[in-house]
Design a protein around this ligand. Structure first.
Ligand code: F6P
Length: 555
């Protein structure tokens, strides 16, 4: 318990933290010793109603958490731990605009982005809800003009291609939302997303596009990110070259999504064509801000508002439901149970819905950039693991790839299965086969197959151990009606709040990301050194120096 934490730290903290010395933590540790070897087969046998009791039906999501290595007592102790971390107060602090992003001195108000008109949320005494809706209205008017063909490109042609240029939160949310809601998108428009500074990303995304019909959305909260600014400059050149060298074409083909009007103007984009958001929106929490312009262009303003409604419904649930009947709290606390007591390192998120194919990739930034931290809010060091690794692929593809390890490997990997009752493409018996598979996977993981069962099938003795499934591998199953903009909002908000629950218990700031800074600074230093004609002395370690010399010789 807890001993796997801090492997990376040079110095172990000398004292135990308030968390690991708290009574609820200690009770959980004792409880863990008592139930760590209890099999899910036994838990289900002891309590035949478990499969119905350990469920929660809220905001249109049915969560079955009965196939977890947990009992009613475990859940009670986990809720006690959440209470001792003052979770309810922290939730209120977030929703009411307290500056809970301590290291950046900022409020954390992605929830304000989906708050309906007429409510108020104050930041430094100013109600931000009217501003939020003013930007949404501006986005809606713009989207209506583009989607109707009223907004024309420089040569008078209508826009047919939308290219979002951004990275991290300014890319992953938009791509994921576009893929998730493709069914609801305007099929007359082509959407592309350029993020990587590798020129191949730009080249392949634009290879078949006509500049006169292409609109670039430059999405960057800071408008200083080197990847995005490099791609945006290349896009500007591509467009101007494609339109006969006419610089005056830019305003009709470039819009910006940013908090930094000065840099937007410097780049040459008219700030009238800038859609604003605010420093209280974190990059990885921004897909429903102006950063969602590509999503709104795809599904239309009405669809976008439905998505916001879904976010808001989950927000209300998170804020108001009792902790023991609260979806993000239950899922967040179960992940702490696995992370800090079972020593699990990862969680697999496995959507049985093709439209959610980019959801796990989106969650990687949301979860790991938020909670990948060993420093506590008061500057100390944790003595427990933080930042569960989230990963996954859509089912059923994953089954034919990495599920072997989840079933019979040496690691315990809790899984979140996400499935829907109805397909948006109901063809033949595909949906029944899909759903049979997700149900079969969680059943196989939990209950496995014993040696006796394998033998009873007539398996030769030597082959029996290979064909045994130990089972006792935990999972959640979320079953909901059908993918839709509203549903996507609910799912994203669910995981945002799971991350928040984890961060509150772990006492870390989920909203900064200092760990990405060093690499950025070092890369800036190295860029000029890569020039073979560079006279500058290389002053790195011997490995980096040798690699730079090698690269120079290749240019
Ligand atoms: O480098 C990390 C990061 O700051 C992310 O948090 C952010 O989503 C991404 O870069 C992009 O930042 P920006 O929107 O300012 O270009």
């Amino acid at each position: 318990m807890g001993k796997r934490a801090n492997r990376m730290h040079e110095k172990e903290p000398s004292m135990t933290s308030p968390l690991t010395s708290s009574p609820p933590w200690k009770s959980l540790a004792q409880h863990y010793d008592a139930i760590k070897n209890v099999h899910l087969r036994e838990m289900f046998a002891d309590d035949p109603a478990r499969g119905e009791a350990m469920t929660l039906d809220a905001v249109g999501l049915y969560l079955d958490y009965s196939k977890n290595r947990a009992t009613a007592e475990t859940m009670g102790l986990l809720v006690d731990l959440a209470k001792s971390a003052n979770l309810s107060d922290r939730i209120e602090a977030m929703f009411t605009g307290e500056k809970i992003n301590l290291t950046e001195g900022r409020s954390v108000l992605h929830t304000a982005l989906r708050t309906p008109k007429g409510k108020s949320v104050l930041v430094d005494g100013v109600d931000v809800i009217p501003e939020v809706h003013a930007v949404l209205d501006k986005m809606s008017a713009f989207c209506d003009r583009v989607r109707s063909g009223q907004w024309k490109g420089h040569t008078g042609k209508r826009i047919r291609n939308i290219v979002n240029v951004g990275i991290g939160g300014s890319d992953l949310g938009p791509v994921m939302a576009y893929e998730s809601l493709r069914h609801f998108s305007d099929r007359q428009l082509t959407f592309r997303f350029i993020s990587n500074v590798d020129a191949t990303d730009f080249a392949e995304a634009t290879v078949d596009l006509d500049p006169s019909e292409t609109l670039f959305i430059v999405a960057s909260k800071t408008f200083t990110t080197i990847e995005t600014m490099t791609n945006a400059a290349t896009a500007r050149q591509w467009l101007v070259d494609g339109l006969g060298g006419d610089q005056t074409a830019i305003p009709k083909h470039f819009v910006a999504l940013s908090t930094n009007a000065e840099k937007v103007a410097e780049f040459g984009i008219d700030t009238d064509n800038m859609f604003e958001f605010w420093d209280w929106v974190g990059g990885r929490y921004s897909m429903e801000s102006a950063i969602g312009l590509s999503t709104m262009l795809a599904i239309g303003p009405q669809g976008f508002r439905e998505m916001l409604d879904g976010f808001h419904e989950m927000d209300q649930h998170f804020r108001n439901a009792p902790l023991d009947q609260n979806l993000p709290v239950l899922m967040g606390m179960l992940s702490i149970w696995y992370s800090n007591f079972f020593g699990c390192e990862t969680t697999a998120v496995l959507p049985y819905e093709q439209y959610l194919k980019r959801f796990p990739a989106y969650l990687q930034q949301l979860t790991m950039e938020s909670n990948g931290k060993y420093v506590t809010t008061d500057g100390g060091q944790v003595d427990y693991a933080t930042g569960m690794i989230y990963w996954g692929e859509p089912g059923t593809n994953g089954q034919h790839s990495f599920y072997q390890l989840i079933h019979q490997g040496t690691r315990l990997i809790p899984c979140d299965f996400i499935a829907f009752g109805k397909s948006l493409n109901p063809i033949g018996d595909h949906q029944d086969i899909l759903i049979a598979n997700v149900l079969a996977q969680s059943e196989a993981l939990a209950f496995g197959k014993t040696a006796d069962e394998v033998k009873a099938e007539g398996t030769q003795d030597w082959l029996v151990p290979h064909r045994v499934f130990q089972g006792n591998r935990p999972s959640n199953t979320i079953l909901a009606d059908q993918m839709s903009p509203t549903m996507l909002g609910k799912l994203v908000a669910l995981y945002e709040h799971i991350v928040f629950v984890q961060s509150v218990v772990w006492n870390i700031d989920a909203f900064d990301q200092w760990g990405v800074e060093l690499g950025k600074v070092l890369a800036k230093n190295i860029i000029p050194e890569l020039d073979p004609k560079s006279a500058s002395e290389l002053d790195h370690d011997s490995s980096t120096n040798a690699l730079i010399r090698r690269y120079r010789s290749m240019r």
